[in-house]
Design a protein around this ligand. Structure first.
Ligand code: KG4
Ligand code: ZN
Length: 327
């Protein structure tokens, strides 16, 4: 049995978790920095790093207290070393290194993207490669094949905006407030996608591009007289249309990737996997061809438990922070 204390601080969630054997969560806390950034309409890296510094030590104590264990019970530490915001990653790795030195334990530097995929293993303990993963977050829209544990092959990725970024920008254009993605998801449920249809982005390979869809929304808002002139109903319809086009683009490529790589397991993960329409459409598209695992909402958005899960297959190596770390 391996008990891992995991830390996540790559963006605007400060999180600490205690994970057993990379599969079960003994305790987990997430502090979302919504209030810190709401006034600016987006994450301010300096403020995020400072908030991590203030929050993480208390979260470590809370996790240990909830699990009822002391440092002596912990076998190893794990921390996100990238990709993410440099200052934020430095706070997490610095704290993890400090604890590891004080407790005389090893600390593993974990890839945040691996974490999103391994989050699925916290709900499906039997999940094994080969698997296909659609990783959709604020910074990534990647289709990856995982032939074996700890090995990833990128089949396609976005050429411009990430799916979450596109959701956030659309929400800003429609003046929905912050955080954009979940608010747009909510508004879309009230609207009708067919009343203001927008184009569905399509590329010949397995990549994505959302800039054209974003521009189409911008022009549509302008043609309708500007965002101030939109009735609440019309705004909801535009949300539904934007969500429909973006989600269809995501699942059509997922469908093609699965046809080209008929593996038994599919994972949809990352913050955008919290989107209700994506969850429904991914299930329809995958159908009976493979088992689909979409982590519960709390494990889709950034959290430390997923870092503890990915640590299981992370080899000891550098802790050096890498903001642009790839697969
Ligand atoms: O994985 P994540 O928590 O952080 C990154 O690693 O980027 O993803 C955050 C992204 C944000 O862009 C947010 O707007 C989006 O996920 N998101 C959603 C929903 N919940 C979060 N997008 C659409 N619908 C949602 N329900
Ligand atoms: Zn993430």
């Amino acid at each position: 049995m391996t008990l891992t204390l995991a830390l996540e601080s790559s963006c605007d969630e400060s999180s600490v978790a205690l994970v057993q054997d990379g599969r079960s969560i003994l305790s987990s806390f997430v502090h979302t920095q919504l209030l810190e950034h709401a006034a600016y309409g987006g994450v301010v890296p300096e403020l995020a790093a400072r908030a991590h510094l203030e929050r993480l030590p208390a979260l470590v104590q809370a996790v240990l207290a909830e699990a009822g264990v002391g440092p002596s019970a912990i076998d190893q530490l794990a921390v996100t070393r990238g990709p993410g915001l440099a200052g934020c990653l430095l706070v997490g790795t610095g704290l993890a290194q400090g604890l590891a030195t004080a407790w005389d334990r090893q600390v593993l530097g974990v890839n945040h993207l691996w974490g999103h995929v391994y989050a699925a293993r916290l709900t499906e303990a039997q999940l094994e490669p080969p698997l296909l993963a659609l990783v959709v977050s604020g910074a990534h829209s990647d289709l990856v094949l995982m032939p074996e544990h700890g090995r990833f092959q990128v089949l396609g990725r976005t050429r411009d905006d990430a799916a979450g970024e596109a959701f956030d920008k659309a929400a800003r254009m429609l003046e929905l407030g912050y955080p954009g993605g979940p608010l747009l998801d909510h508004a879309a449920r009230r609207g009708g996608a067919g009343r203001q249809p927008l184009p569905i982005p399509a590329l010949p390979d397995l990549g994505y591009s959302f800039s054209g869809l974003k521009t189409a929304l911008l022009y549509r808002i302008r043609d309708l007289g500007g965002v101030q002139r939109l009735s609440p109903e019309l705004r909801d319809d535009l949300c539904a249309a934007f969500e429909h086009s973006l989600v269809e683009a995501l699942v059509r490529q997922l469908n093609r990737a699965l046809t080209l790589n008929p593996v038994p397991e599919v994972v949809v993960c990352g913050g955008v996997a919290a989107n209700s329409m994506l969850r429904r459409r991914a299930a329809e598209v995958v159908g009976r061809r493979a088992r689909l695992t979409i982590p519960p909402l709390a494990l889709c958005t950034d959290n430390a438990a997923m870092i503890g899960a990915a640590a299981e297959y992370t080899a000891p190596g550098t802790l050096a922070v890498d903001p642009g770390l790839g697969w």
